[in-house]
Design a protein around this ligand. Structure first.
Ligand code: TYM
Length: 321
């Protein structure tokens, strides 16, 4: 089963990204033919700082490898290293009705927020369709916000197949309903744009500062507290086994401890959980050439598939070589 997903290199990763998306990928790499790429062409739609994009692309690769993406099990590359995707993007544009793109929520939302619309923002889903169809992907694990983009991909694939036969696999999206939205420091969804994140690779001091900002109620120290309405508890839950969670619940309900104690406990949980990843990250930061070699190897594998697929498609649509 070919499973494919992409992530934009958009800077520091937070624990919402980890539990919302990356953890599933680490599980999936054991049981599927998993393709993961860093969507740096997509990032161009919003990031107009070349040095920052270069830095973020390599940094994203370092982060994913540090968190447990295993390049011996996954085909892992940077989108821009397989140029065929841009050629397919253009060919698919001819099979994409304007109305399909005009209905895209993510485009409409950005315009509604006053972001100046340019063509790349508008045609973003066609590039995403090219990412998916080029590699005969069958399942696309994504967060809820990307479902419509996979539906657009299906529409484009079906339209192309109507003309040429069974050329593209029509992909399915896969959303992990078990992972509730990870709350941020203020209880709203953790998101970089809300400024309420706990970053995975921050310093110990920054982590302390972040956990100290978690919003709680003002129940006095000696009184029992409700774990189920507490953000500290909701975050701790991500890191705990059932019996440990039960023990924490008992501490809440017993009273005698303040939120400061629970925040300090959470702090320790986060710091320890990501300790192995931090160590690996320090290694990769010092050995960037290894990371680049891993991306090169992944790109070669991806290109091999892409190139055969594009030969067939060029031939079908009549592009002479
Ligand atoms: P991007 O980079 O915005 O997000 C990467 C993935 O993480 C999911 N996600 C979340 N899931 C749960 N909770 C959250 N708070 C949260 N925030 C983000 C996203 O849904 C996504 O699955 N267009 C894509 C990148 C892309 C792609 C593709 C994906 C380009 N081509 C082909 C799949 C297949 C994007 O911007 O994701």
């Amino acid at each position: 089963m070919r499973v494919l997903t992409g992530i934009q290199p958009s800077g520091a990763l937070h624990i919402g990204n980890y539990f919302g998306a990356i953890k599933q990928m680490i599980d999936l790499q054991e049981k599927s033919d998993l393709f993961i790429f860093i969507a740096n062409y997509h990032a161009l739609t919003s990031l107009k700082d070349g040095e920052a994009l270069k830095h973020n692309t390599l940094d994203a690769a370092i982060n994913f490898l540090s968190l447990g993406i295993d390049h011996t099990k996954v085909t892992f590359w940077a989108q821009s290293d397989v140029k065929e995707v841009l050629e397919l993007y253009w060919i698919l544009s001819g099979y994409t009705p304007m109305g399909l793109l005009e209905r895209a929520h993510s485009y409409k939302d950005k315009v509604a927020k006053g972001i100046a619309a340019n063509h790349s923002l508008f045609s973003y889903p066609v590039l995403m369709a090219a990412d998916i169809l080029l590699y005969d992907s069958e399942v696309i694990p994504v967060g809820k916000d990307q479902i419509q983009h996979v539906e657009i991909t299906r529409d484009i694939a079906i339209k192309f197949n109507n003309d040429f036969g069974d050329i593209f696999k029509v992909p399915e999206f896969k959303v992990d309903e078990n992972v509730a939205t990870v709350p941020g420091l203020d209880g709203a969804k953790m998101s970089k744009s809300y400024g309420n994140t706990i970053d995975i690779f921050c310093s110990e001091k920054e982590l302390k500062k972040a956990t100290s900002r978690i919003v709680t109620d003002s129940t006095p120290m000696e009184e029992p507290k409700n774990p189920f309405t507490c953000n500290v508890y909701a975050l701790a839950k991500l890191f705990l086994e059932n019996d440990e969670l039960e023990a924490l619940k008992v501490r809440y309900q017993k009273g005698g401890e303040g939120y400061g104690h629970f925040k300090a406990y959470l702090n320790g949980l986060i710091w320890d959980y990501f300790a192995p990843a931090r160590e690996k990250r320090a290694y990769y930061v010092a050995h960037k050439e290894e990371v680049i070699a891993i991306l090169d190897e992944g790109a070669a594998k991806a290109r091999h598939i892409a190139s055969a697929k594009m030969d067939m498609i060029r031939n079908l649509v009549g592009i002479y070589r």
